[in-house]
Design a protein around this ligand. Structure first.
Ligand code: NAP
Ligand code: G4F
Length: 347
């Protein structure tokens, strides 16, 4: 039986990947950091059934990583742990670098120090944020990087150190350059989930309005459940390589907002420009969406659009499985139920 170790197992992708690997017959281990509150809600089902083993550890703590990797001796490590919020990286730039840049080096070194370099494969969660201040679209594996936030700069170090260890030591280490992927398990501070939660709560009379930042920002949004399958495929190849994972279709924050409210039975009518733009309920005229400076970033990435040709042709991965519109529907079905439950609990 193959053994996998997932860092970031409590996160969105970690939880889906754990389920996928269990379905494929892996023994699944996860690294989890200490917190004063429970952070395992996404994997509680798996824990209750005793299907995954958790180990205390932290990407900022080499000795914990050496201990866990030495104990588990995994065939595959998926490094998904990160301070993953781009906006927060402007406020916690040094910590973001510790986790998202040096943390990657710590994993690679732990594997090397333990003498597992020849038998343990490593997946690194790289990101479309590396393209940052883009000059060409769509972006593929040949597109130059221009990271445009402390998060992206840290992730760029992670990308290159993985390539370096692959070439210097012949390690099987790969970068998945994943474009945005969302789900009903997405953290509520990311824009899609913030929108689906708010649209659901507004439709159920639990929230007055939604405040957003840049409505014109363009993203290539896919479904996280589909993307973890591509991570696994990259790790099963004869040779290590880096791949873009995306749907190949781009939408704006405003498009996603329209769809979410539509799913909640509300049609939005937009008026004004820039910071003055507002979304009104087309039936009642009530203002439901407005723009707030608080959600603008010092530098924002506004034109992400991936070209998944290499993943499609070499890995046989299907980028068309779930469209962004379908993704929004899935998230809204989940969040409308949450809102209804919240309303009933308060009644
Ligand atoms: P997420 O939901 O924010 O999960 C991040 C995970 O990392 C959580 O389990 C978190 O633990 C853990 N973590 C954070 N700091 C840590 C530390 N110092 N030591 C150990 N664990 C730590 O992120 P995600 O959306 O699943 O993304 C997974 C990975 O893919 C991340 O590396 C992200 O940067 C990258 N990525 C994501 C996307 C996307 O659109 N989702 C796109 C490209 C790349 P807690 O539960 O304790 O917070
Ligand atoms: O949902 P976001 O916060 O995601 P972002 O910045 O693209 O980062 C996510 O995807 C990356 C892959 O490209 C990952 F590497 C990263 O870990 C993370 O998962 O913001 C998307 C866009 C941005 O342009 C942002 O400025 O939406 C814009 N936006 C507009 N209003 C907002 C808001 N973003 C957030 N979080 N909250 C808002 O109110």
């Amino acid at each position: 039986m193959k053994k996998a170790l997932i860092t970031g197992i409590t996160g969105q992708d970690g939880s889906y990947l754990a389920e996928l690997l269990l379905d494929k017959g892996y023994e699944v281990h996860g690294v989890m950091r200490r917190s004063s509150v429970r952070t395992t809600s996404r994997i509680d089902g798996l824990l209750k059934e005793g299907r995954v083993t958790l180990h205390n550890g932290d990407l900022t703590d080499s000795s914990s990583l050496i201990r866990v990797i030495g104990e588990v001796r995994p065939d595959e490590i998926y490094n998904l742990a990160a301070q993953s919020h781009v906006g927060v990286s402007f406020d916690a730039a040094e910590y973001t670098s510790e986790v998202d840049a040096v943390g990657v080096l710590r994993i690679l070194e732990a594997v090397r120090i333990l003498g597992l370099g020849a038998c343990c494969r490593i997946y690194q969660a790289s990101t479309s944020e590396l393209y940052g201040k883009v000059v060409t679209a769509p972006q593929n594996e040949e597109t130059p990087f221009h990271p445009y936030s402390p998060y992206a700069v840290a992730k760029q170090y992670g990308f290159w150190i993985v390539k370096e260890y692959r070439e210097a030591y012949g390690m099987f280490a790969v970068n998945g350059i994943l474009f945005n992927h969302e789900s009903e398990r997405r953290g509520s501070e990311f824009v899609t989930r913030k929108i689906t939660l708010a649209a659901s709560r507004i439709a159920n009379g639990l929230q007055d309005h939604l405040e957003l930042g840049n409505l014109d920002s363009l993203r290539d949004w896919g479904y996280a459940k589909d993307y973890v399958e591509c991570m696994w495929l990259m790790m099963q190849q004869a040779e290590p390589d880096d791949y873009v994972v995306a749907t190949g279709v781009q939408h704006s924050v405003r498009d996603f907002t329209n769809w979410a409210f539509e799913e909640a039975g509300i049609s939005l009518k937009w008026e004004g420009m820039g910071a003055e733009e507002k979304g009104f309920d087309a039936c009642t005229g009530k203002m439901l969406v407005c723009v707030s400076d608080a959600f603008y970033r010092p530098t924002d990435v506004v034109n992400l659009w991936g070209d998944p040709t290499k993943a499609r042709t070499r890995l046989g991965w299907d980028p068309d499985k779930t469209s962004c519109r379908e993704l929004c529907k899935i998230m809204m079905a989940h969040d409308m139920e949450l809102a209804r439950n919240e309303k009933n609990a308060g009644a």
